[in-house]
Design a protein around this ligand. Sequence first.
Ligand code: CP3
Length: 344
Amino acid sequence: MAESRILLEVLKGAQATPPPIWMMRQAGRYLPEYRKLRKQAGSFLDLCYNPDFAVEVTLQPIRRFGFDASILFSDILVVPHALGRDLRFEEGRGPLLKPIGPDEVDALDRDGFHDHLAPVYETVRRLRSELPGSTTLIGFCGAPWTVATYMIAGHGTTDQAPGRLFAYRHPEAMKRLLKTIAEQSAAYLIRQIEAGADTVQIFDSWSGVLDEPSFLAFCVEPVAEIIRLVKAAHPDVPIIAFPKGAGAHYDSYRTLTGAAALGLDWTVPLSQAKRLQAGGAVQGNLDPQRLVAGGRALSDGVDAILDALGDGPLVFNLGHGITPDTPIAHVEAMVAQVRGRTGR
Ligand code: CP3
């Protein structure tokens, strides 16, 4: 029988004291061992598509901090890359893609999709065999709206205005774009699960920039479609959805999408988080800047979350990714504080 994976049990609704813990972007530039390997690999995409490098980078934070979950090292933008869109990452500038026009949506190339992503599946397979049996392995993809905003703008923006404008000017093309990304992302997650991922997280980092009808059409519907397709193939795998910035939309999000667990950003009030926890597991939601600051800012933030949510299904996490300027000692202090609650 497989060793029990506490984080996986919590995603399915169990309570644990102390709660399981991992961090979004836990493999990354705040770690010297990451920066070293990143230099060796040459480019960020070479890290993602080389299983030797990707496995090593994924394991680095597990070795250092013993987190309860390991998240596959890759990026949400490998999906448009696998659909034939040009992609590169430039130092200090983030991702750069060739912006897609409304006439190009039907030409997205689905044929080579899984061949392109074969190294990612190989990485997942190797990880499952190398990780401790008690560590939950998380696969992931971007939500269609968030992925589409980068495909349309070609780079990061502060408000995803190009994506919103595209959606209003070309509603039919937008619908087809979101549908294609949703179907391919579901197939991608299913392959990750079949390669050994215990759970998958859907990152909708830009769900906080939309009005209500657009939130329902561009965020809720495509994510619900992915979850429907993944559940049809793997009904027992709990799915985490992270609609960052969803605010009041969080209230109906679990029911409307079918997500088992909700990732909460740090702006979600703990009173709202408590209500959301009545419907199932929640994950979050420490402000990453508290982790940078350390000291009382950090320990008060951790205590507030544990006091409010510790008696229900909680996966302790940050409210978004760890930033490169975070001191490692602060991560150690956070892990010790969470685990120190009653000493597992
Ligand atoms: O969490 C992990 O440790 C797993 C790996 C992971 C990365 N990106 C590695 C990465 C995951 C889960 C992601 C998700 C991702 N990628 C999202 C959704 C989550 C979020 O943060 O909102 C988004 C929007 C992207 C797209 C992306 N990738 C951007 C905008 C950038 C540039 C910003 C930045 O932090 O540099 C990236 C680059 C990226 N993805 C890095 C890492 C470790 C840094 C690349 C480097 O080493 O230079």
